[in-house]
Design a protein around this ligand. Structure first.
Ligand code: PGA
Length: 249
């Protein structure tokens, strides 16, 4: 049985004092959950968040990183920098990074490899645009993004990769994919992994759904056969709302 993994993606929100207050309120609400709970916070909150989650079941993730270990890359943060301060997860290839910051399938792949070299667990985002969906090429887009993201990884690494299927038209729009739709696309992602790495590996991979997840729709989505939790943006900014999402399953 795969575990449910529920990650909050705060994006460019929350100052350090807000992060600390959030965790103070949120931690007791989720202390008894069997699900994996992750908060992916801005770089400037990482250190404060890591201190605040000590002695809790909450894990901390970053939202991006560079693939190089160090060097002349002004403004970038390396995997080693994240690992050294105690970060465990990192979101890679979020659609906002693909859309606004030139993230490509190739840089996504480099970053995933760098994450594993530094013992960080990647949460890799894939998802189609509205235009692609309307053209009927969702499967093609999703399977190609998955294949290119995982290119060259070992079976063991793939087993430890979290994939977040986030249809871009559902992010921050209040529109959610239906649970059947999301489940079917996630099944296709699993099938693609099976083609390359075999059934055993494919059955281990955690695949989340993301895109306007809220406490009112979380249970229906997360109880589908192939949806192993969620990557939650807007609704992860409120402690009680996010706790209800975590505890929906
Ligand atoms: P949303 O964002 O929940 O606000 O739609 C999800 C995401 O971008 O990861």
């Amino acid at each position: 049985m795969r575990k449910k993994v529920i990650a909050g993606n705060w994006k460019m929100n929350m100052l350090p004092n807000e992060a600390i207050s959030f965790i103070e309120e949120f931690a007791p609400l989720v202390k008894d959950t069997q699900n994996e709970v992750i908060l992916c916070v801005p770089y400037t909150d990482l250190f404060y968040a890591l201190l605040s989650v000590q002695n809790t079941n909450i894990k901390i993730g970053a939202q991006n990183m560079h693939w190089e270990e160090k060097g002349a890359y002004t403004g970038e943060v390396s995997p080693k920098m994240l690992k050294t301060i105690g970060v465990e997860y990192v979101i890679i290839g979020h659609s906002e990074r693909r859309q606004y910051f030139n993230e490509t399938d190739e840089t996504v792949n480099k970053k995933i490899k760098a994450a594993f070299e530094n013992e960080l667990k990647p949460i890799v985002c894939v998802g189609e645009t509205l235009e692609e969906r309307e053209k009927g090429i969702t499967s093609q887009i999703i399977t190609s993004q998955t294949r290119l993201a995982l290119d060259g990884l070992t079976a063991e690494q793939v087993k430890n990769t979290i994939i977040a299927y986030e249809p871009i038209w559902a992010i921050g729009t209040g529109k959610t994919a239906t649970s059947d739709d999301a489940n079917n696309t996630i099944k296709e992602i699993r099938k693609e992994i099976e083609k390359i790495y075999g059934k055993d590996v494919a059955e281990c991979v955690i695949i989340q759904y993301g895109g306007s997840v809220k406490s009112v729709n979380a249970k229906e989505l997360f109880t589908m056969s192939d949806i192993d939790g969620g990557l939650v943006g807007g609704a992860s900014l409120k402690p009680e709302e996010f706790a209800n999402i975590v505890k929906s399953v």
